[in-house]
Ligand binder design. Structure first.
Ligand code: N01
Length: 542
């Protein structure tokens, strides 16, 4: 797994301030490509990465069953034909170990490690208005300066731990899924509790159920989980992908959400019930997000249309779980299908047919505290040897607001974003010149949009250098207009009236705002391209 020796070592903190053209925070999917792009343009670049290895999400989330929900051939980078031809995906929905290997392979192939400093958490970044550059401080005291600062910290990287009383008093083992140990955790014979039933828990639960002596799942809200239908990639399929990668990527750039799937342009309500059900059955047996993203377009915009599919999925769940009481606990009734992220599952519902698995409704009887012995809800105490917190993330805003970022006039990024993300194009924010956010916040197959954003940033930096300009930041008007436009688009969907991490509603006290951009990928790309093609009119250039 990669050669740690090739990474620059962290200095002890007393040395001189290092100087680079660009500093990238994070060596995940976006950060690695951003480094490659900027270095290709001749910039000196330093990546600071908190983790002990590259990979971002695929470094931290090592829990059993972790895999991506995108088809492998569409999730991998599209920007190097050589890479596409050299890398073989083993599974249609590739698992964490393979994804981490892939990103390490990329780091080695493109000799990226020499510019990535691991175990280096950025604690602050302060803009120097006179010099038009950023000064970054690493925990431990090291300092570095660069004209350009790129936050490639991902959207799902700041873990959320509910503030249960007594967490530290638990005598057994505790894990958060996004900070899972590298060594295999042995649950055999143990009494394990899992708090949460989001996409992460849905992947993990069947594996832990098989291994543990007993598993108690603490569920607050059931989800509409759809079958992943993962399988191994045959040599023939591999060869076929390699022959048509250009076509696959072109398709992903043209569809609404960056997958090969595309919504059906018909309304669910304009066809006969027979025709509707026939499509639902056809979608159901296909792998991946087809059931969501290949469905009638208005299941995401019209409650009545949505209900036809929501009920179809509820019935699919009812068919798979034996105990009628458990079934009713697992069937979602409080939100429409797709208004929360759909978890893809393999044997998830069957886990609840096992004798060693118990589902506990913590909406009815909430968790009161963690005790030395286990989990205490309002009506019982569950004695456990291990607790797994599959409790999610402080999404989109968390990864950036936990860094002390200060822009023009010393203004704090954290204060600016207290009411929700404020950007132009999702990439820059007014008052923070030369600071770019290289993370995809669109509803999109992650890599597809991330690549587009990384390239936009690289082109923008290229433009500044060519024109001998020292800084760029969006105008306040452009930012206000973008926020308004994003909110308007969101209001046309069913996303805004459901509590989910999409709305920041998973974190008590977090401002309610749609954290993702609800436009189609082609429209979003067009908006970004136009912003550059018109000479960055919506930006202040100095
Ligand atoms: O997090 P979540 P996640 N008491 O926020 C529960 C991506 N992902 O890590 O729903 C009791 O969805 C909470 O309950 P509720 C994907 O985008 C991708 O599962 O708020 N329970 C919920 O059940 C995904 O959407 C892949 O009522 C509490 C759970 O914890 C995103 O990551 C794979 C609680 C948190 O679910 C996040 O998924 C996996 C409390 N106090 C994940 N607080 C891939 O495909 C929270 N919960 C790559």
């Amino acid at each position: 797994m990669g050669n740690m020796q090739q990474h620059p070592q962290k200095p002890n903190g007393n040395g001189a301030v290092e100087q680079y053209d660009a500093i990238v925070i994070g060596a995940g999917v976006s950060g690695l490509y951003q480094l490659y792009k900027l270095r290709e343009m001749g910039l000196s670049v330093r990546v600071f990465e908190d983790a002990g290895g590259v990979g971002g999400t695929w470094y931290w989330n090592r829990y059993p069953g972790c895999r991506f929900d995108s088809e492998s051939e569409t999730y991998g980078y599209s920007w190097s034909e050589e890479l596409l031809q050299e890398w073989d995906w083993k599974e249609h929905f590739s698992g964490q170990p393979e994804n981490e290997r892939y990103l390490n392979f990329v780091a080695d192939k493109f000799d990226l490690r020499k510019d990535i400093q691991l175990n280096s958490r950025v604690s602050s970044a302060v803009y120097d208005e006179d010099a038009h550059c950023w000064e970054v401080q690493i925990e431990g005291g090291q300092r570095a300066r660069a004209q350009f600062l790129i936050g490639a910290v991902g959207v799902l990287s700041a873990k959320y731990m509910p503030p249960f009383e007594g967490i530290d008093s638990f005598k057994g083992l505790s894990f958060h899924t996004s900070n899972w140990p590298k060594e295999k955790v042995d649950f055999s014979g143990k009494r394990v509790g899992c708090i949460g039933t989001g996409a992460t828990a849905v992947q993990l639960i069947p594996h832990v159920a098989e291994e543990a002596g007993h598993l108690t799942v603490f569920q607050r809200t059931p989800n509409y989980c759809a079958p992943c239908r993962n399988s191994e990639v045959s040599p023939e399929t591999q060869a076929a992908w390699k022959a048509r990668y250009a076509e696959i990527h072109k398709r992903c750039r043209e569809t609404s959400v960056g997958f090969e799937h595309e919504f059906d342009p018909r309304s669910a309500l304009e066809v006969s019930e027979e025709e509707r059900l026939a499509l639902y059955e056809k979608l159901w047996i296909q792998p991946g997000f087809t059931k969501w993203l290949g469905n009638f377009y208005d299941i995401m915009t019209n409650r009545a249309a949505n209900e036809t599919f929501s009920e179809f999925v509820r019935n699919k769940i009812r068919e798979r779980v034996h105990d009628p009481e458990v079934v009713e606990m697992l069937v979602p009734k409080d939100h429409p299908f797709g208004a929360k992220r759909i978890p893809l599952e393999t044997h998830y519902y069957e886990a609840y047919n096992r004798d060693n698995v118990k589902l506990v409704d913590v909406r009815k009887a909430p968790i009161e505290r963690i005790t030395p012995k286990g989990v205490k809800t309002q009506d019982a105490e569950y004695e456990l040897d291990a607790i797994i917190y599959a409790t999610g993330f402080d999404v989109v805003t968390g990864p950036l607001t936990q860094i002390e970022i200060r822009g023009e006039g010393g203004q704090r990024f954290k204060d600016k974003w207290a009411g929700g993300p404020r950007t132009h194009l999702g990439i820059q924010t007014a008052g923070f010149p030369n600071f770019f956010i290289a993370a995809s916040t669109a509803f999109c197959n992650y890599t597809v949009c991330a690549e587009m954003i990384v390239e936009w940033i690289a082109d923008c930096i290229g433009y500044l250098r060519e024109k001998k300009l020292s800084s760029i930041a969006p105008t306040q008007q452009a930012e206000d207009a973008w926020v308004e436009h994003s909110n308007e688009l969101a209001s046309y969907t069913l996303l805004t009236d459901t509590d989910s991490w999409f709305m920041g509603a998973n974190i008590p006290g977090k401002a309610r705002a749609l954290l993702l951009y609800a436009n189609t990928v082609p429209e979003y790309r067009k908006e970004c391209q136009e912003a550059a093609a018109n000479g960055y009119q919506d930006f202040v250039l100095q």
